[in-house]
Every structure is written in C-alpha cells, then in structure tokens.
Design a protein around this ligand. Structure first.
Ligand SMILES: [Fe+2]
Ligand SMILES: [Fe+2]
Length: 296
C-alpha cells in the first residue's frame, strides 16, 4: 500500500477516471432494439442450460429465461453496489481528503453510481421485473456494510467484483447477445478492473502474512459473499412466468444445475485470490466444496 509504485499506479488510475470517463449515456447503444434472434445472456450462463430439461423449452422460452435472469443479475449488482457505496461513504469519513486513498475512493464512488444508473437503464430497456432480495439478504447486506471492519467489507466488495467481472466477460464476448448488454458489460469490465486492482493491493496489508485463523476467516467471508449473491440469481417466479406445466420441477433442476456450473464458469479468479493468501486449508476447503461445489 505504501510503496511508491502502488501510489503512482493509483494516481494514474485517478487521472484516467477523470480524463476518460465512460458515460453509460453515450457508451451504450440505447437506441438498438433486439430482434427475434437476440439473446439477453449467453446460453451457457442461463441457469437451466446443460440440463436435459433445457431442450424441452421452446427457443422463445429459453430466450425469455435468459432475459429474466439477465435482469436479475443486473439488479443484484446494482443492489450490491449501492451497499458498497454506503460503506465507501462511511469509510471516507476516516480519511484525509488529500490522501490518495480518499481521492481514489471518490472516483470509485462516482463510477459505481454511474454503474447503478446504467444497470437501471438496462433493466428498463429489457422491460422485465427483478425479484427483490429477501429480508435475510437485506439483513446481512446491511449488517456487513454498517458494522464489519473495513478490511472485511473491502474483502466482501472484492469477492462480488471478481465474480461480476467474469460474468461481464462472458456477456461482452458473445456476439449473439444484445448490444445493450454487451456494451454495459464492457463498460463495467473496464472500470471494475481498476477497482479490483486497487482493492487487491489495499487488502495486501491484511492478507500478507495472515496466519491460519485470519486466512480462514477471510476465506470463509469470501465464500459466504459468493453464496449470498448466488442465491439471488435463480428464481422460481421466472419459471412460473414461462407458462410451464410444472414450474417447481424446472426450478429445482435449474437451481441444482446452476450451482454446479456456476462453480466452473464464475469462480476461477476468486479461487486464485483466496489461494494468494493461503485461504484454503482443511477446514475452509470443506466449506468451499460443500457450499459452493468448488473443485479444489
Ligand atoms: Fe460497478
Ligand atoms: Fe467496483
């Protein structure tokens, strides 16, 4: 954190953020309209894809499920970023406005507010309603940002950013996906790379030389955050909206299918990060395998 090198990199990131802002209003082609072939998520990240029941859906139902889940994913990020902004504001009160940390977090806040607005615009464009977080989600979200120490909140923010970034990669690289979604994901990816770099470096003062207990605690915290956000994605209501005869059966199959494939396509960067501070040991490995189905 204190090295000359890190400070000059952060200084440059602050400059880039000021001189070359990516504005959702102009970066995303809002006037583009989807046609009958357009996807709203790449098939491979739609919950039911890969399960035998997927082929029993019509192409329209498959596309509609992708559309609903796309809205749900964007809503979940917007919500978690609103929570992160709440925490950043709390944290700013402890810093000197002239410090590099303060100046970077102000830029991060500005970008995160733009992301939330952008996700809201994209959700309106997709014309579908997300399912809101449960009371339990709200409780844990609020508890984390209000009461946990900064190192643990930054760790939580980073866990979600690492995962969101992999989602963004899948979306922006699939030419069959709606241009509004691809450009939204591209903008998010560019700015989140800076946030991820900053947060990983900032956290090093806590993760470097972390002992067994501390590394286990951080590892479980990351795991719980991923579990927390993952439980927002697959929703029974969406299968009811598809007009299926047995939505419960489809929902259960999708949930199980998704939990397995999620660990394969979304978690590599997170696993690498936890590995970087020796966060996998006999105890934590058990929970990662059991709860997140990660192969370690
Ligand atoms: Fe963001
Ligand atoms: Fe971010």
């Amino acid at each position: 954190m204190k090295t000359e090198n890190f400070e000059s990199v952060v200084e440059r990131m602050v400059q880039i953020s000021k001189e070359r802002p990516l504005l959702p209003e102009t970066y995303v082609p809002w006037a583009d309209e989807p046609d009958s072939q357009t996807l709203f998520l790449p098939d491979k990240i739609v919950s039911l894809e890969g399960h035998p029941l997927w082929s029993t859906l019509t192409r329209d139902q498959q596309s509609e499920l992708g559309r609903l889940e796309s809205v749900q994913v964007m809503y979940s990020y917007a919500w978690s970023e609103t929570l992160a902004c709440y925490f950043f504001s709390r944290h700013l009160l402890t810093l000197n406005p002239d410090s590099i940390e303060y100046r970077f977090l102000i830029r991060e806040l500005i970008e995160e507010y733009r992301h939330q607005e952008m996700f809201g615009m994209a959700i309106r464009k997709l014309q579908r309603e997300p399912v809101l977080p449960t009371r339990l989600h709200k409780f844990f979200g609020n508890f984390t940002i209000r009461f946990l120490p900064p190192s643990m909140v930054f760790m939580s923010v980073l866990s979600i950013e690492l995962m969101a970034d992999i989602y963004a990669k899948h979306i922006r690289k699939d030419p069959k996906v709606y241009s509004v979604m691809r450009k939204t994901a591209e903008l998010h990816h560019i700015e989140e790379r800076r946030h991820i770099f900053y947060t990983e470096e900032w956290l090093k003062k806590f993760t470097r030389n972390a002992g067994y207990i501390k590394a286990s605690l951080f590892s479980l915290l990351v795991m719980l955050n991923i579990y927390f956000i993952r439980t927002l994605y697959v929703q029974k209501k969406f299968f009811m909206q598809l007009g299926l005869a047995n939505p419960e059966k489809y929902y259960r199959a999708a949930l199980k299918n998704y939990n397995h494939k999620f660990s394969e396509f979304a978690l590599q960067a997170t696993v690498d990060f936890v590995q970087s501070f020796n966060g996998f040991n006999v105890v934590t490995r058990f929970f990662w395998k059991w709860i997140l189905k990660v192969k370690l």
